[in-house]
Structure formats: structure tokens, C-alpha cells
Design a protein around this ligand. Structure first.
Ligand code: BG6
Length: 486
């Protein structure tokens, strides 16, 4: 969908990784496909760059991160005309009058301030913007995750940002919501009559959601060691995916209608007792191993990580949702760095038939399952049993396969592209509301607390594997196992 509004996109953290690797390439793609309306991009940074130097840097980076086929020197040159570098110390209020002049909010219908900085700067930046009257009605502010370190710090940020911007002006990014397949879950569930009758405890035995990464912490040791997988991936991406799987149908597609339903799921998540944390959660940390056939170091040997760190790089959880639809159905969440493969998927395992008249097909635990793969490729597979050809009644598992790339010939936008366009259009449905964020922190906090207090260390796993053995044990207690592609 094309944006028609004229805009100023102001990127704080303009020399940082996110702007270079994700945001500018995403805006370039939107420009290239003609979906970006008229507007300017102001990139802010503390360093003294000439426009030419800055342009040289961003174009080199963008070229590195964009698919080769999407690069065109001429289109980039045209796009680069929109980019202006502005030197500013975001913490210094005296620099804001000049910024105000550079932005000139009246020159466009919408001004978006994207805070791609450390969250410790959010409050100061918002205060400085407000002090110059740069928080008017046509202004939106985008907050990158992580939003806080725990419930208290997240509430502090929300409260202080809330002093200067109204909730409808605040766009909290969780880039997983910009992924096509996450939105496709809504289409699948609420656009078809087929699934909803089965989408409940009577027919579903368990749900598994995995985000596995092959990469390690990629020179982000300083950040990652204070964060860990629970805060980096579970509190946001995994819980948001769980919400889309478990929510009730919203009454329409308005952002608050959707977010109200997600909030109900978060509220219905059964809180962990201390005992639950010990028995229903697994944390791991990778040790040296191999990735794509190459030896890789362990977490403790990564740059910027203390040799005695107990930060987790892997988490697996068993949780439940206490409502009529889901009571008693285990939801298993799993994420990790340096795993055997890069993969994000949702697996819905359906219950077995009440009485089996066929000889049991060996090795198949759930004959019916729906696998929604988000990455690396996007597809959906529905597994069921069929008779194998032959003179006996031998059943075999087969699947229906929907390959999104093959079904739709149009280009699929990257998550950040969709979300950046939404900030200009003023569509909040794929952004996290303050009460959702608060509820997600409330739910993960007991896990953080028990892990911090119990004196134990994360379980080691070899880099390039699927995590510690305890992760499989978490499911085998329910007679289940993690889905593996047949
Ligand atoms: C980010 C995390 O939010 O998501 C990173 O901070 C992680 O640690 C990334 O690598 C994964 O995103 P994607 O889209 O590559 O799966």
C-alpha cells in the first residue's frame, strides 16, 4: 500500500547499525517500489560528517545488506537525494532549536521521530523535543526495543515518554509483527471458516513456537550480556507470536480491537510460581562448536562477555493460557543463538483420533499438524495421514504445502519496510500498546527473578545444536517432542 502523505522521517542513531542495516535499506525498497510518498529522511548523529561522507557510508552499507537484484545505482542516487545528515548531540537541549529548523515540521503532513538509540536516551530526547514544541499533533515517535530491562524500568520509560506524547503518537516496534507470515496468521484464522472450529483445546494437543538463530551474538557482547535471550526474544517476539496464535477474533481490524484481544491473551497466561520456574523453564548458554561446518567460539569467549557470565543464550518454556479456548493446552516457546539452523516457525499439533482402526504408522506422534514457517522461507504445511499405495492399509504422513513465494508473484516487503510505512500512514495495529508491554514484563519477571536468585548457571549446549538436552525433556514429560521437519 502506498503512502501518500508527505513526511519527515527523523532517525536518531543515524550512524548506528539499525539505521544502516535495516532502516535505510527498508526505506530504499519502499522508494524503489513507489510506495513511499514525498518526504525527507533526516539522519541524526553526534559525529561531524559532511553530507558526501555520510552518503558514501550509507550507500556502502546498504549495498552490502540489500539483495543484489534490488540494487540500482540510479535508484539509489535518486533515493539518496532524500537523505540529509544532521549533527546533533541528542542529550544536549541546546542542539534542538537547530534540529527544529532542520526538520521544519510544517513542511510535511507527518513527522516521525524514530528513536534508534539506547533506551536510556528516550526520556531525554522526548523531553527535548517537547521543550521546542516538536511534539504536535502531526508528530509520531517510534521506540525501538528493548523497552526497559524489567517491569519497573519499562514503566518508567512509558510514563516519562507519556508526559510528552499521547499513546496514539507512540509506536513501539516489535519487528516480528511486520513479518508477512505473522499477519498471515490473522488471515488464516479469521479469513477462513475452516480453522476456527478446530482452533481450541478440544482438538489441539500442544503448540510450539520456535525462533532459532544460527548466528551468535555478533559483536554485541556488551548489549547482549545485560539482556539475554529472555529479554531479547521471549518478552517481545515470542509472546507477540503467541498472542496471534491464541487471541480471539477481533471485531474489526482497528488497531485497538486487535490489541485488546492480544492483551487478553497476555493477561490469561498462567503466572509462574518459583517452583514452575524450576520445572517449566530451561535456560542454556552455548559453548564452542561449529556453525555451517566452521568452528565457532563459545559465548564466554565472545568479545565483551565476562568469562563468568551466566547470561542465557537459549530459553525454552512451557506455559499455559487460562481461558475457555486453551485451558490445559501446553504452549512451548523456544529461542536460541548458535542453533543448528535459522528457523522461525509455529507448530500446531492436533489431537489423535479417538479410536485408531488402522495399524499405527511408526514414529508419528501427531498425525495432524499445521506448521507455519516464517523464515527462512515462508510456507504453511498441513500434515495428515493417507493410505500408501499397496495391497494393505498402511498409512503414511503426507502434507499439503502452501508456498507463499510461489503463490504470490509480487515482492514481499521486509518487516521494517512495512512498519516504517505504517508509522507514516498512522496505522498502529502492528505496534505494541503500553498495557501489552506492561503485561508481558509482568509475566516474564518471575522467571528473571528466580534465575537471578537460584544461584544456578544456564545449561551448556554445543554451538550448532538444538540447545541443551533439558529442552527435549521439557516436552517429553508431556509425552511430546519438538517438531522436526520430515
Ligand atoms: C532482534 C534481537 O530483536 O531480533 C536480535 O535483538 C535477533 O538478537 C533479531 O537476532 C532476530 O530477528 P530476525 O528478524 O533476524 O529473526
Amino acid at each position: 500500500m502506498t503512502t501518500t502523505q508527505s513526511f519527515n522521517m527523523v532517525l536518531f542513531g543515524g550512524t548506528g547499525d539499525l539505521v544502516m542495516r535495516k532502516l535505510l535499506p527498508a526505506l530504499y525498497q519502499a522508494h524503489r517500489s513507489g510506495s513511499l510518498g514525498p518526504g525527507r529522511i533526516l539522519c541524526l548523529g553526534r559525529r561531524d560528517f559532511s553530507q558526501d561522507d555520510y552518503h558514501g557510508q550509507v550507500s556502502a552499507k546498504a549495498r552490502e545488506f540489500l539483495p543484489k537484484a534490488d540494487w540500482s545505482d540510479a535508484t539509489w542516487a535518486e533515493f539518496a537525494n532524500r537523505i540529509h545528515y544532521v549533527r546533533i548531540d541528542a542529550e544536549n537541549a541546546d542542539d534542538y532549536p537547530a534540529l527544529k529548523e532542520a526538520v521544519n515540521a510544517e513542511s510535511a503532513e507527518v513527522t516521525v521521530y524514530y528513536l534508534s538509540t539506547s533506551p536510556s536516551l528516550f526520556t531525554g530526547i522526548c523531553q527535548n523535543l517537547a521543550a521546542q514544541g516538536m511534539n504536535g499533533d502531526n508528530v509520531r515517535v517510534v521506540l525501538e526495543k528493548p523497552l526497559g530491562h524489567d517491569l519497573q524500568s519499562s514503566n518508567d520509560i512509558n510514563q516519562s515518554v507519556g508526559k510528552y506524547f499521547q499513546e496514539r503518537q507512540i509506536y513501539r516496534i516489535d519487528h516480528y509483527l511486520g513479518k508477512e507470515s505473522v499477519q498471515n496468521l490473522m488471515a488464516l484464522r479469521f479469513g477462513n471458516a475452516l480453522f476456527d472450529p478446530l482452533w481450541r483445546r478440544e482438538w489441539i494437543s500442544d503448540v510450539q513456537i520456535t525462533i532459532a538463530e544460527e548466528v551468535g551474538i555478533e559483536k554485541r557482547g556488551g548489549f547482549y550480556d545485560h539482556t539475554g535471550a529472555l529479554r531479547d526474544m521471549v518478552q517481545n517476539h515470542l509472546l507477540q507470536m503467541l498472542c496471534f496464535v491464541a487471541m480471539e477474533p477481533p471485531f474489526n481490524l482497528d488497531s485497538d480491537a486487535i490489541r485488546d484481544e492480544k492483551l487478553k491473551v497476555l493477561r490469561a497466561l498462567v503466572p509462574y510460581t518459583n517452583e514452575d520456574v524450576l520445572t517449566k523453564t530451561v535456560r542454556g548458554q552455548y559453548k564452542a562448536g561449529a556453525s555451517r561446518g566452521q568452528p565457532v567460539v563459545g559465548y564466554l569467549q565472545e568479545e565483551g562477555v565476562p568469562a563468568d557470565s551466566t547470561t542465557e543464550t537459549f530459553v525454552a518454556l512451557r506455559c499455559e493460557i487460562a481461558n475457555w479456548r486453551w485451558a490445559g493446552v501446553p504452549f512451548f516457546l523456544r529461542t536460541g543463538k548458535r542453533m543448528a539452523d535459522r528457523l522461525a516457525e509455529i507448530v500446531i499439533n492436533f489431537r489423535d483420533v479417538p479410536h485408531q482402526i488402522f495399524p499405527a504408522p511408526g514414529g508419528i506422534s501427531s498425525p495432524n499438524k499445521l506448521v507455519i514457517r516464517l523464515q527462512p522461507e515462508e510456507h504453511m504445511k498441513l500434515y495428515f495421514l493417507a493410505k500408501a499405495p499397496g495391497d494393505n492399509m498402511r498409512l503414511q504422513q503426507v502434507h499439503l504445502d502452501l508456498d507463499f513465494a510461489a503463490s504470490f508473484s509480487i515482492r514481499r516487503a521486509e518487516a521494517y519496510e512495512r512498519l516504517l510505512l505504517d508509522t507514516i500512514r498512522g496505522n498502529l495495529s502492528l505496534f505494541v500498546r503500553q498495557d501489552e508491554l506492561e503485561q508481558a514484563w509482568k509475566w516474564v519477571e518471575p522467571i528473571m527473578n528466580v534465575w537471578a536468585q537460584d544461584g544456578s548457571s544456564p545449561k551448556p549446549y554445543t554451538a550448532g545444536t538444538w540447545g541443551p538436552a533439558a529442552s527435549s525433556a521439557l516436552l517429553s514429560r508431556d509425552g511430546l517432542s519438538w517438531h522436526e521437519e520430515a
